[in-house]
Write a protein that binds this ligand. Sequence first.
Ligand SMILES: [Zn+2]
Length: 216
Amino acid sequence: MGRILTILFSFFTFLSAIEIQHTPIDFSKARVELTKRYIKEHYGLDVDSIKIVPKIIVVHHTAIDDFYESFSRLSPAVLPTKRADIYDGSMLNVSAHFLIDRDGTIHQLMPPDYMARHVIGLNYNSIGIENVGGESSKDNLTNEQLRANIELIRELKRMFPSIEYLIGHYEYRCFEKSKLWLEKDNGYRTLKDDPSKRFMMELRKELREFQEASCD
Ligand SMILES: [Zn+2]
């Protein structure tokens, strides 16, 4: 009996180790088709499925300090026309697999092994975690968000042992010479500063098992 209780307890401990709210964005057939087209146009790959094998976790901030406003930017399948900086790239809207609110609540927006558009060159190899905050480039992500990122990243590594790298979005161009980089258009780049060097340093203090982006 004691053994069964121990097993049950371990099982529930595992399940409750990390709490994730399901808050899905629009992932209708249209978004799947736009994703396939993005993979074809940007990466030169003809795919039947938009499933990925993640190798990298990319941490972001939304540059908006409000959760609902952040969510509404990521939810529609089609990119709003005001994103002129990346509109030439594709009509596929940006998204991320997870969105972490300022109180540390983790929202899962889409299946973790579907491709999201969140980082040039590396979408087909990576999982994106957005954090609500960073408006006007402020370094204001909270301690609750830091703890939630650490828990979520550990959980993702358990789910996907293929993950090797942990990077901040501002480090994405360090992969341009890597075999993981797939972007075909050499003129398609944007300047990024999220989520902040301070936040990545805090994350890496507790997540030493991951490789960093090498910018040499
Ligand atoms: Zn970003």
